[in-house]
Design a protein around this ligand. Sequence first.
Ligand code: ZN
Length: 493
Amino acid sequence: MRMRTTQWTVTGALGKGALVVSLLMVGACSVNPATGEKQFTAFMPAGQEASVGASEHEKVQQAYGKFMTGPVADYVSRVGAKVATNTERPDVQYKFFVIDSPIVNAFAIPGGYVYVSRGLLALANNEAEIAGVLGHEIGHITARHSAERMSHGLLVGLGAAVLSAAVGDPGVSRAAGLGSELYIKSYSRGQESQADELGVRYLSHAGYDPQAMASFLKKLDAQTKLEQQIAGSASQSEFNYFSTHPVTSDRIVQASAQAQNYPAGSNDDGRGTHMRAINGMIYGDSPEQGFVKGNNFYHTKLGFMFSVPNGFAINNTPAQVVAADKASGTVVLFDAAGNAQKPDPATYISQVWLAGKDIGKVDSTTVNGMRAATAAFAGSVNGKAATIRVMAIEWEPGQFFRFQLAIPTGASASIVNELKRTTYSFRRLTDSEKASIRPARIQIVNAGPSDTPATLAARMAFSSYREERFRVLNGLATGEGLNGGTQYKIVVE
Ligand code: ZN
C-alpha cells in the first residue's frame, strides 16, 4: 500500500491513455521501419507521440509513486541507452524508469517511455538479460504496438475485484476507493513474438549475446512456476510480466532460435556490473509500501502495524492491503482515506465514507489509544450472504485507516473473534520497532569452495522454499551446482 496525503486512487494508468491514442490517430498507411510491415493504424507524428507519452507517464507515476533513483536507475538508463542506439526509430527519445515494485514486470508506452520493476532487476542475472527485456520493450515502441492494443483491457488488482464482490453496492464500492482499478493492455501473441524478435536484434546490435532474451524468459517461467507452487493452486492474478506480455510455451524456443541468426556477441554478459548494481537493493515490499512478515503487516515509514488471523494470505497492492481466508471465504481489506473537514470517526463513517447507506448504528470505540468507530451491516461476498463490518481509526485529525471485513453468514464464532482481534491489533510502532523491523534485501555473495546451493540458500531470510527460491533467483536448474568464486544473489534481512 502506498500512502498519499488524501486518497491514493490509482487512476487507469494506461486505459485512458489508450483512448487518447485512438483519437489522435490519423488514417493513413505507412511502412514500419522496424518490422517492414505496412501499418494501417497510422503513425502518430513523433511530436504528438511524445506529448501523449508524457501525459501517460504521469499516470504511471501516479499509480506507482516515485521512481527509483541512484545507482540502480543509472545502471538501467545506461543499458537502455546502449540498446536504443541501434533501433530503426532515431526520432524517439528513449527514457528508462525503475518502478519501486516487487512484482516482476516491464512495459512501455508511446513516446519512448520504458519501465522495468525492481522485482525484474532482482530476477535477472546479468546486464545482457536486462538489455533483452529493454530491447523487447523498445521493440513494442518501434513496431508501434501501443496504438493497436487499445481494445484488450486487463483488469489489474485483486483487491478491487474482491471488494466489489464483498460490498455489492456500487455506492459503497466508490466510497471504498474503487473505480480506481489500474487497466493495462496486454499484447497479442503476434506482437509478443515480434517484440522478442526485435529485442534479439537490438541485443545483438548492442554487442550482447542474443541468447540473453531466451535465458531471461526461462527465468520468468521458473519464477512463475515457483510462485504458483508456493501459493498453491489458488494463484492470484497479479499485474505481472505475464499479464502484460502473454507468454506461450514456444516463446522461449522461438527467442532462442531467432538468436541463432546473429553472431554470439561480446563475451562479457555484464554479470559483475549487474550484481554490483543490485547489491543491497530491497527485495519484496519496501518500507514506503509497507511489508508483510508472517501474519503481520508493517508500515515502518508511517509507523503502524496490524495482524491478521493465522492462515490468512496477505496481499499488499498499491491501493490497499487485502487478506483472505480461502476456507471460510472471509476477506479483510485495509486502506486509508482523508477528509479535510476532520470529522470524528463515527461522523466520518456515517456522513462521509458510507453517507446515505443503510448501515445501521455506528459505535464509537478506541483502538490502542486512537479514536475509532465501527458499524456492521448485511452484504455479500463472492455471491454469498455476509456481514460487512467497517472500522475507521483516526490516525491524525482528518486521516483515517479503514478496515472492511466481509464475513460470510454462518462463519464460526472463532473466526469472528479472530477478526475482531485483527481490527483491534492496529497500533503505532515504537521508534525502536521502526528501526529494527527491516525489509529484505538482495545481498551478493561469492561462492566459497565448499559452498553448495543448500549452504547459500540456508542464509536466505525465508521460512520455506529456501533452496527453490535460491535456485530460481540465480537461474540454477534443479541439481545444478555452483561455480566456486562466482557471485550469487541471496535475500537477507
Ligand atoms: Zn511484450
